[in-house]
Design a binder for this molecule. Structure first.
Ligand SMILES: C[S@@+](CC[C@H](N)C(=O)[O-])C[C@H]1O[C@@H](n2cnc3c(N)ncnc32)[C@H](O)[C@@H]1O
Length: 429
């Protein structure tokens, strides 16, 4: 590596991470590890992450500009040359980076790697043109339409209509704030941490190293998006009730239920995710019965007064934080998820005590994983009905649709939005 070339290490790591996501379908968490981003100096690591997150969020727009300058984007082994151009494009056109540094480091990187050495002339020419005329072209692209992969864009338009789909896509361009859920004393924690209290009573910060924040060590709060707190709120007062948190890891909702005084059983199939839950529970000193099992095989020791089923889903409601998701997944994931969601819901329903409430939730923007699952369930369970959700306690009137909770990332535009969530409350009779 050319010693003393600022940003070259960061860009090299960014290139490796971007390629891991786009070419090898790695999640961003895995990509950071593969690219050894953590081994960089803090500033370089932060810059590498920013470059990759921005490239993923603006990929369609960046590619539209690159396509104006090349007859055909190189593929196969030569794809790394395109990834270098994409990262430089994000730097130049979305982040307002210094043109000389962006072009120079892109060319140095291309010359450095055996796979891209031959393409350094092309990288140089394209990056120079992006520096000179890219911003004008970039700003003219229909960003919402092209930055959202086609499979998702078409579904969002069909589900919510084009204006709302555009607002959702625009929200995906920005990152998400950091929400902390205090076990108690939300106002006081907002003051101590210098954050704002959201209508869902999370403390909202712009970001920062979570483990260095006041209250982390004593487990006074945990990280949880405002929208993710609402499904538990729909269960009402759970103090002293036997509550099953089904599909519980890594445990945000488990801690919320325990803090509200419920007697919680938390079940999940994933050992590694449950390890994270145990760490969280230790930190917050929360007593919970933890079960690692496949819910489809498990038999509970007795019935529950309340059940929260936070079902596995496409997680499309969390794209603001995970811009890799729409590039890794496609609509085809639904063919495996939907039958699993139906099976989990039918099974959980059998474990509900008379007079009990079951909340079915997903962090998905796709009605196939939300509204349609409830319709399918009601069609086969005539004894069940939806108990309508009402506005209040963080739930705004615009977040209620057909008696269910439906949040979208474009809501709360003035305070940084919230994740997309669906939740419906089911009772007997
Ligand atoms: C949306 S995540 C849960 C998030 C969690 N409720 C929280 O608030 O932190 C869905 C979870 O479902 C779990 N899961 C998937 N299939 C399962 C099954 N058959 N039985 C139990 N858990 C399952 C996954 O391991 C994953 O942790």
């Amino acid at each position: 590596m050319a010693v003393g070339t600022p940003g070259l290490d960061a860009r090299h790591a960014a290139l490796m991470a971007l390629d891991a996501v786009l070419d090898r379908d790695r999640s961003l968490d895995a990509a950071w590890r593969e690219a050894k981003v953590d081994r960089l100096e803090d500033r370089d690591a932060g810059f590498a992450r920013l470059l990759v997150l921005t490239t993923l969020r603006r990929l369609g727009s960046i590619d539209a500009v690159i396509d104006r300058f090349v007859a055909r984007r190189p593929v196969g082994k030569n794809r790394l040359g395109v990834q270098i151009m994409r990262i430089a494009g994000a730097d130049l056109m979305a982040l307002d980076g210094a043109p000389h540094a962006a072009v120079d480091t892109a060319v140095r990187l291309a010359k450095r790697l055996p796979e891209t050495r031959r393409l350094s002339g092309m990288v140089n020419a394209v990056c120079r043109r992006m520096a000179d005329e890219g911003c004008r072209l970039f700003d003219a692209v229909d960003a919402e339409a092209v930055d959202t992969p086609a499979w998702l864009w078409e579904r969002l338009k069909a589900a919510y209509g084009e204006p709302t789909a555009r607002a959702i896509a625009a929200a995906h361009r920005h990152g998400a704030p950091l929400d902390l859920m205090p076990a108690k004393g939300a106002e006081a924690w907002a003051g101590r941490l210098g954050g704002m209290l959201t209508p869902a009573r999370t403390v909202r910060l712009e970001g920062g190293a979570v483990s260095k924040l006041d209250g982390y060590d004593e487990g006074a709060w945990w990280v949880q998006d405002a929208a993710a707190t609402l499904p538990v709120a729909l269960l009402g007062d759970v103090k002293g009730k036997r509550v099953l948190d089904l599909c519980a890891a890594p445990g945000g909702k488990t801690m919320q239920l325990a803090a509200a005084g419920a007697e919680v059983t938390a079940l999940d199939i994933s050992k590694p995710r449950m390890r994270r839950m145990r760490e969280n529970l230790l930190r917050t000193r929360t007593g919970v019965k933890v079960v690692i099992a496949d819910a489809l095989d498990w038999t509970p020791p007795g019935l529950f007064d309340a059940i929260l089923l936070d079902a596995p889903c496409s997680a499309t409601g969390t794209i603001r934080r995970h811009p890799d998701l729409p590039h890794l997944k496609s609509g085809t994931v639904l063919s495996a998820l939907v039958p699993l969601q139906d099976a989990l819901l039918s099974r959980a329903w059998e474990w509900l005590a008379p007079g009990g409430t079951l909340v079915y939730a997903t962090c998905s923007l796709l009605p196939e994983e939300g509204e349609a699952r409830i319709d399918a369930f009601l069609a086969t369970h005539p004894e069940a009905r939806v108990e309508p959700v009402a506005a209040g306690g963080g739930v705004e009137a615009g977040m209620v649709s057909n008696g269910a909770l439906r949040t979208l990332p474009c809501q709360w535009p003035d305070i940084g939005g919230l994740d997309g969530f669906f939740a419906a409350r089911l009772v007997r009779g």
